[in-house]
Design a protein around this ligand. Structure first.
Ligand code: UT7
Length: 324
């Protein structure tokens, strides 16, 4: 019995920003960015590629694969930290764009862990309301929240959206388990300042604008340890070994974080799907984009055991297991 994924979709903006393009913007170079992050290019959204539009197209592709129409959707969850507006939610914009008149819709903010958290939330909705069809989307246009003068962050992030359609099924497939964690004490190490949500009366005077700020080295250390612990706890709880995993789809943060994580967990490279070199870190969108690419490339077979894990601002992190 589980909440099964019936279809996947993704949508990336057209514009490709290479490391060489970045050399024209900040003091950096292709070799440094490739060796420290594994990223070669990222996508940047332009006119007509607002976050809800990317999310809508990704959803439509997932719905087409699932053979589900807009009026069959009962719930839309969008994981994002770069919504088009604070209110209404990105999910309500997606509902309007899709014409999903029977759905209720809300956003979920867990930064880069947003998709993993949403998957967990959606699977619990599905287990309670067993006839519901649910859209889970991770969508970001972080380029709008990037300080293009800050070489610590502007080299890392990219825009995009990924989506899945999910429904309860009487079988032993779908979301099997997840382990989720947060630690708000560490918020300062990775956060997005200012913006309309901050009270100007209490906002610190050194607020540099509504941009992402990051203590990269600290984030790096926490990210590896946190994801490793989350995965190990999940495996232990589910009484399975890392060798039982068919494919691992981690949050695409940075190739060095991933390599460290994989070597600590003892996962073979060929069992891991990585596309960070093409899209950079797309935050909540990274796992569903990777899941869709792996699915469309035929890398996931019926009955496969998938492991996903993520780490992001908050801090938020966790791991999840899925039977395909
Ligand atoms: O979902 C989680 C999101 N966050 C992350 O994934 C970020 C995790 N952190 C990281 O990936 C790494 O910390 C970074 C890629 C952000 C930075 O790599 P690092 O190896 O930690 O570099 P660093 O900040 O320690 O800087 C090393 C050197 C410094 O120069 P000096 O002081 O040694 O002369 C920096 O000024 O590299 C310099 N540097 C750069 N050089 C060229 C920093 N950024 C750049 C840059 N281009 N973009």
């Amino acid at each position: 019995m589980g909440a099964v994924i019936l279809g996947t979709g993704s949508c990336l903006p057209d514009r490709v920003l290479s490391n060489h393009d970045l050399e024209e913007i900040v003091d950096t170079n292709d070799e440094w960015v490739r060796s420290r992050t594994g990223i070669a290019t990222r996508r940047i959204s332009g006119e007509g590629e607002e976050v809800y539009r990317l999310a809508t197209v990704a959803a439509q592709r997932a719905m087409e694969m699932a053979n589900v129409t807009a009026d069959e959707i009962d719930l839309i969850i969008v994981a994002t930290i770069s919504p088009h507006m604070i209110m209404p939610s990105c999910a309500c914009f997606v509902q309007k764009e899709l014409g999903a008149a029977n759905a209720f819709a809300y956003d979920l903010n867990a930064a880069c862990s947003g998709f993993l958290y949403s998957l967990d939330t959606a699977s619990k909705h599905a287990l309670v309301d067993r006839d519901k069809t649910i859209l889970v989307i991770g969508a970001e246009t972080l380029s709008a929240r990037t300080n293009w003068e800050d070489r610590n962050t502007c080299i890392l992030f990219g825009d995009g959206a990924g989506a899945i359609v999910m429904r309860y099924a009487e079988n032993n497939r779908g979301v099997l388990a997840s382990e989720l964690f947060s630690d708000g004490n560490l918020w300062k190490l990775l956060h997005m300042h200012g913006a309309p949500s901050c009270n100007p009366a209490i906002d610190p005077p050194d607020n540099p604008g509504p941009y992402m700020l990051m203590e990269g080295r600290e984030v790096f250390k926490y990210a590896v340890r946190a994801m490793e612990n989350a995965v190990l706890q999940l495996l232990e709880k589910e009484k399975i070994s890392i060798d039982d995993i068919s494919l691992m789809i981690p949050h695409q943060a940075n190739i060095r974080i991933l390599n460290k994580l994989l070597s600590r967990l003892g996962v073979k490279q060929e069992k891991v799907f990585i596309n960070v070199q093409k899209y950079g870190n797309t935050s909540a969108a990274s796992i569903p984009i990777a899941l869709d690419e792996a699915n469309r490339e035929g890398l996931i077979k019926h009955g496969d055991l998938l492991l996903i894990c993520s780490f992001g601002g908050g801090f938020t992190w966790g791991a999840g297991l899925l039977r395909w």
